[in-house]
Write a protein that binds this ligand. Sequence first.
Ligand SMILES: *Cc1c(COP(=O)(O)O)cnc(C)c1O
Length: 404
Amino acid sequence: MEHSELIRSLSERYDSFYLYDGARVAARAAHLQQVFAPVEFLYSIKCNPNPHILDTLFARGFGADAASLGEVLMAVEHGLKKDQIYFSAPGKTQRDIDEALPKSVLIADSLGEVGRIDKAAKAQGVCAEIGLRINPNFSFSGEGGHPSKFGIDEDDALALVRANPYENVKVTGIHVHVKSQELDGCVLAAYYGRMIGLARRFADVCGELAYVNMGSGIGVPFADSDREVDVEALHAAAKAPLDAFRADFPGTRVFIETGRYTTCRSGVYVTKVVDRKVSHGKTYLLLKNTLNGFLRPSVAVMVGKYTDPAAAKSWEPLFTCDGAFRFTPLKGGEATETVTLAGNLCTGTDLIAEDIPMPQLAVGDLIVIDNAGSYASVLSPMQFASQDKPAEIFLSADGSVLAD
Ligand SMILES: *Cc1c(COP(=O)(O)O)cnc(C)c1O
């Protein structure tokens, strides 16, 4: 097990904790940047706002995909400038708009919001250069568009920029994000091609755009049968439309967003056995902070018990697939017993695995769960039952261990 000495020593202080590997975050970010240059990357803060992860990615030149005013302020605090912070979220409040306007590039999510931004800009005595989040007339996999709570339908957005009814708003960019966790490079490449087509339709009306943000989509392997996306092959497949667009519009920055690619496999969750018991012949290991500390494995159990996993396909980021997490005891040894892994909350749903083989574990032993670098700490209902939170530990590339 990687970092097992460090995990063991941290467990003397913490009963549950996340451990993030800064060198891996940086390496995965660097790989994307090298392959896709001059495409620029934005980090989707919502997947893991750990301050050291933000510093790692921003130092590498990543901008911010902010999903809230709070994330805009975090990006500012971590040194990003206004044109590096893109605030795209449905349902922004008036306060979100007023406070984010001077600090970030607002991506309007509805026609009504464009009007509210215009008013706010007028009140602040500025002309706001904004982006529009577009709900395109195509889906990720190539069929037609769908109704969505996200963004402005493509035809309505084009009509808006044609009519240009607002004095204090100028549309200078577009943003689309329609899917996460795609592992098929051909599907991703075809999507990028359609995005470039969309950018051309807007440039025809708006003139050269400042940026085209193609959103996220690149998945990461979760199940044992998943394969890592070959980003070199993906880039090669998408290169022709990207290069042609760049030749026609050399001033337009092209962005890809990612949360999980840099972080998901750069983090593990460590939980301690705090009790064990046998009930009606079934052995339970009670663990610290499972459903509440790292929700997703519990959701996977619920999906497995009560739903067809295929029906839960669109539950990202709550659920990705069957077999998305491995529960590895830190202590080696033969798997000699069958156990159920349950958490310490007062609800029967706090289960992360049922009837799995394990070596004999005792109180104080540790279980390490993988794929815990994204949608993990942030997605967990820690307000329930007021347990103490898992710690978040960041292992820097230089070997220093940073706790918040
Ligand atoms: C959550 C989100 C992302 C990040 O998606 P990943 O699949 O984690 O890379 C990107 N863009 C938007 C708009 C999002 O809401």
